[in-house]
Write a protein that binds this ligand. Structure first.
Ligand SMILES: CC(C)(COP(=O)(O)OP(=O)(O)OC[C@H]1O[C@@H](n2cnc3c(N)ncnc32)[C@H](O)[C@@H]1OP(=O)(O)O)[C@@H](O)C(=O)NCCC(=O)NCCS
Length: 252
């Protein structure tokens, strides 16, 4: 029995898929195009481990993003692996994307990342590369909450300052999405947040990583960051919890 009210054919018509980088597909969904989610739809999409997290989310838009992100990830995996969506579950982990569980199990791991901005949900999936993703809207009217000097290192700021003034905002958001995508990649690799490690990474010059930024309509900027799964980073602090324990999230 299907566990989502949205047929694969309907999602085929709504989700934009693009193949980018040597091994990465990007799946973008405009949430406004989906029918309104009913409570029974949400129960069908979410794994039981997601229900408490869902109920803790206070903003309506964030709740919808949370559900649609899981729908999008399951749909993308089902299409990539040519298997039914109801054989896939996403189990919550703290500070990471949910863990993908497939029945029958997948022959090899998949790496994926999720991000949202307003009415857009996006998922990047790779068969072979660690993957992190971020999406932003380049909005010149919106006040920038984190000054560039605080967000970026000296080399990144020098690059930003050298841009023509009418390209500054795009440059700021491109760097920002590179940082965030890299952060998610590192966090998924090491199972925790390593701020010191993150700040060591020069998001313009660190050749352990590859970034790709796409500009989309409505001033959307989407950046994927990838690295080889065998890549080693020097950790200066240990993860503070077990990322493989799906229920760690309930012990906050
Ligand atoms: C964790 C963080 C990356 C999330 O970014 P965000 O803009 O709030 O949210 P996004 O929409 O981009 O992404 C949310 C999704 O990312 C995934 N995610 C969250 N934390 C993650 C982590 N530590 N590692 C990998 N993926 C993570 C989740 O799937 C989440 O969606 P879900 O809650 O529905 O499962 C961000 O809040 C953060 O802490 N960044 C730290 C780095 C930093 O300081 N950047 C600023 C300077 S450039």
């Amino acid at each position: 029995m299907p566990d989502t009210p949205f047929s694969p054919e309907m999602l085929d018509s709504l989700v934009q898929k693009q193949d980018i980088l040597p091994d990465c597909s990007l799946w973008l969904l405009d949430i406004r195009k989906l029918p309104v989610l009913m409570p029974e739809d949400i129960v069908g999409i979410l794994h039981e481990s997601s229900v408490i997290r869902y109920s803790e989310l206070s903003r309506k838009q964030r709740r919808i993003q949370f559900v649609v992100g899981r729908l999008l990830a399951k749909y993308a995996v089902s299409r990539l692996q040519d298997r039914p969506i109801h054989g896939l579950a996403l189990i919550e982990r703290r500070s990471n994307v949910p863990q993908l569980r497939a029945m029958p199990p997948l022959a090899a791991p998949l790496y994926y990342s999720l991000a949202y901005r307003y009415d857009h949900a996006v998922c990047a999936i790779s068969r072979s590369r660690l993957t992190g993703l971020d999406i932003e809207v380049v909005d010149k009217e919106r006040e920038i909450a984190t000054p560039a000097e605080t967000a970026f290192n000296a080399h990144e700021n020098a690059w930003l300052s050298a841009l023509p003034s009418d390209e500054w905002h795009r440059g700021y958001y491109e760097l920002w999405t590179r940082k965030e995508a890299c952060y998610k990649l590192l966090s998924s690799k090491h199972g925790g947040i390593h701020d010191d490690l993150f700040w060591q990474t020069d998001c313009l010059a660190d050749n352990r990583f590859e970034w790709k930024t796409l500009r989309q309509p409505e001033d959307l900027l989407i950046t994927v960051c990838q690295a080889d799964p065998t890549v080693e980073f020097t950790l200066t602090q240990a993860p503070s919890y077990n990322p493989d324990n799906a229920f760690d999230i309930f012990r906050r």
